[in-house]
Design a protein. Structure first.
Length: 146
């Protein structure tokens, strides 16, 4: 079983979408941690059926060192992103964590990721969960995506 940290801020909408898809696809074959930059984001991700949740800079800095995969928008690697919710300490901890980072190319910050195709969030989450995350699960322990 792999441990996955889903990190989000503001209203937690991206993280909620990701967690719902992981739970729908893999059920109890993964342990999902909802790490919110604020309490609202964490609460929304917990409603999506994350196994555990924690909020704030210290929780994120501590927890990312204990997971196998980190999932979130590209903003989690940008200091002061999400209207200042992402701190430099969070960025440093996430970036230096040994966990594989699966990042969605969505941000409200003035960043252009060359080579990406603009797609709706549900399509990006489908690719993340069904193509990229499945590679980190032990062979034969996950359900195929539709």
């Amino acid at each position: 079983m792999i441990r996955i940290a889903v990190i989000d801020g503001q209203g937690g909408g991206i993280g909620t979408t990701v967690i719902k898809k992981i739970v729908e696809t893999y059920g109890d074959r993964t342990e999902v941690w909802a790490l919110g930059t604020n309490a609202i984001a964490t609460a929304q991700m917990m409603k999506a059926r994350a196994n555990r949740g924690a909020t704030g800079e210290n929780a994120i800095c501590h927890c990312v060192q204990q997971v196998d995969v980190i999932i979130g928008p590209i903003s989690i690697l940008l200091s002061h992103a999400m209207m200042g919710e992402v701190t430099p300490a969070m960025v440093q901890s996430i970036g230096s964590a040994k966990a594989t980072k699966l990042l969605l190319p969505v941000t409200q910050d003035p960043i252009v990721i060359v080579g990406t195709v603009r797609e709706p969030l549900p399509h990006l989450v489908e690719k993340l969960v069904c193509q990229h995350l499945s590679a980190y699960l032990t062979e034969g322990t996950h359900l195929p995506c539709p």
